[in-house]
Design a binder for this molecule. Structure first.
Ligand code: SAM
Length: 496
């Protein structure tokens, strides 16, 4: 007996329910069936949902070049296949013998790469595409930081990024990833994203709203991703997304670029959010086509020029990306002014020079010229100059890098240099570091001191492993005291 198309889908859904490892609600499959483009089919969709996701990484070019990284890792048997929409992204295969979790490899701990799903690299590629003058950027829903760190790498740590996150626990993960990747141009904020429009209208050259969503695209990574899925929760999430996108649009400068992205597939959270923005602000909203973002982008292109990535198109997770230009000013009904105290003041030229000299004497390091030193009590911080328009206008949780604590030795001020800052400022193969063996590098990450035969060492020293910095230590006779931050110490499953 011949079955109609929809009967065949129902049969497929039933078969699928019997074999599937991923949990896919029937209503979800029916919904996908109504939106899947004509050139794709449900069989491939269902098969792909049950196919494990390819591993992918993004090389952190703030720490190492793609060429140096590829050579280094290929020598360890890694096979890297270029991801067409991100120059620094690769699908990865490791030899089966390498059982250390990717996140515990020496290269990951040192921030040489970020583990990031391939399609999740698309929003930042869309943001920086043909966009040379990016100075001040808002990443409105930033944790855990894959895209903040990607933007920072694309900008080569210039300009400034406000990385905002609403969830307190996720702010910590965001801060840790920013630190591990050696990012120097970021300030972290902790707000509901919907406040930015009223607090910082017409402020940002570009905004990424990688919105909280129902996560339908993520079920290849997490077979239980759909356990709490239902149509009514989509409505609730969509109303949050509308608030967020409106706020983002107000906070964007005229002629600025807004990227709206989600890792979900339904249209209520994707196309309809963008169309809502257009309905609200009319001609001030222009959708910019992503057709030429990379070869084969047309396979995911919607009539509006968005990318709606079903998992089978590029063998990835599901994603949605829209690029929107603001062509005219729009004014929020209310504008808020910050009354909090800004506790930092800039160092004088003379004080700046003292710190620069001390840093050079200790580690042969210099400070980037597009950053300025600021002081709060006994702390010295390095702020990106491009953050200046924001200072005093909103509460910043953490800005730039804490460079040093000041302490007094007699009448003279001395500096206790901070691990994260020194790691961020030290280049791969910096000429003045103490290189350690694999065994000692493992000990280092476990927080242990290093015994050495060398007796003449003095003061502080940057420790390196295979040419990249992993921490600062202090010579005490024939030992180097480990100053690796206690909260980063780990002793399980480390690289061998
Ligand atoms: N952009 C991140 C990345 O690439 O690593 C992923 C962001 S995730 C899709 C969405 C984030 O939005 C979550 O971390 C969530 O806690 C946060 N969030 C939820 N509601 C928010 C709100 N009202 N304002 C700002 N962030 C919010």
């Amino acid at each position: 007996m011949a079955h109609s198309h929809s009967q065949r889908i129902i049969i497929k859904i039933k078969e699928f329910a019997l074999q599937s490892t991923a949990f896919l609600p029937k209503e979800f499959l029916s919904l996908v069936e109504t939106i899947i483009p004509n050139h794709l089919n449900m069989d491939d969709f269902i098969t792909m949902c049950n196919t494990p996701l390819r591993k992918s990484i993004r090389v952190n070019t703030l720490k190492i070049t793609v060429l140096d990284f590829s050579e280094k890792m290929q020598a360890q048997g890694w096979q890297l296949e270029a991801i067409p929409w991100c120059e620094t992204g690769f699908w990865l295969q490791r030899p089966d013998s390498q059982t250390t979790p990717l996140g515990n490899t020496a290269e990951h701990l040192a921030g040489l790469f970020y583990i990031q799903e391939a399609s999740s690299m698309l929003p930042v590629s869309a943001l920086v595409y043909n966009n040379p003058d990016l100075e001040l950027i808002l990443d409105m829903a930033a944790a855990p930081g894959s895209k903040t760190t990607q933007i920072a790498a694309c900008l080569d740590n210039t300009g400034a990024i406000i990385a905002n996150e609403y969830s307190s626990s996720r702010v910590k993960v965001l801060a840790a990833n920013i630190q591990r990747c050696g990012i120097t141009n970021t300030a972290i904020t902790h707000f509901d994203g919907k406040i930015f429009g009223e607090w910082l209208p017409e402020m940002f050259d570009a905004i990424l709203l990688d919105a909280p969503c129902s996560g339908e695209g993520t079920l290849r990574k997490d077979p239980n991703a759909m356990k709490n899925w239902d149509l009514s929760s989509i409505q609730t999430i969509a109303s949050v997304q509308k608030e967020l996108i409106k706020s983002a649009f107000y906070a964007l400068k005229t002629n600025g670029t807004l990227i709206y992205s989600t890792c979900t597939l339904n249209q209520q959270e994707n196309q309809e959010i963008c169309l809502y923005l257009k309905k609200t602000f009319g001609d001030a909203v222009v959708f910019e086509s992503l057709e030429n973002l990379f070869p084969h982008a047309h396979k995911a292109l919607t009539p509006e020029g968005f990318l709606h990535v079903f998992p089978q198109v590029y063998d990835s997770e599901g994603f949605f990306i829209a690029r929107i230009k603001k062509t005219a000013q729009v004014t929020p009904t209310k504008i808020q002014t910050y009354k909090g105290i800004f506790p930092f003041s800039p160092l004088s030229q003379k004080q700046q020079q003292l710190v620069r000299n001390a840093l050079s004497n200790s580690f042969h390091l210099s400070l980037p010229t597009d950053k300025t030193l600021w002081r709060r009590d006994k702390e010295i911080w390095l702020f990106p100059n491009s953050i200046t328009p924001i200072l005093g206008k909103i509460r910043l949780e953490r800005t730039g890098l804490k460079l040093a604590d000041i302490f007094n030795k007699g009448k003279k001020e001395q500096y206790r240099w901070q691990h994260a800052a020194i790691m961020a400022l030290t280049d791969y193969n910096h000429h003045s570091m103490l290189e350690v063996t694999t065994e000692l590098a493992r000990e280092w990450y476990m927080g242990r001191d290093i015994k050495t035969e060398i007796k003449e060492g003095m003061g502080e020293v940057i420790i390196s492993y295979q040419g990249y910095p992993i921490g600062i230590g202090k010579w005490v006779r024939n030992k180097i005291k480990n100053k690796y931050p206690r909260e980063l110490v780990r002793d399980n499953n480390l690289f061998i």
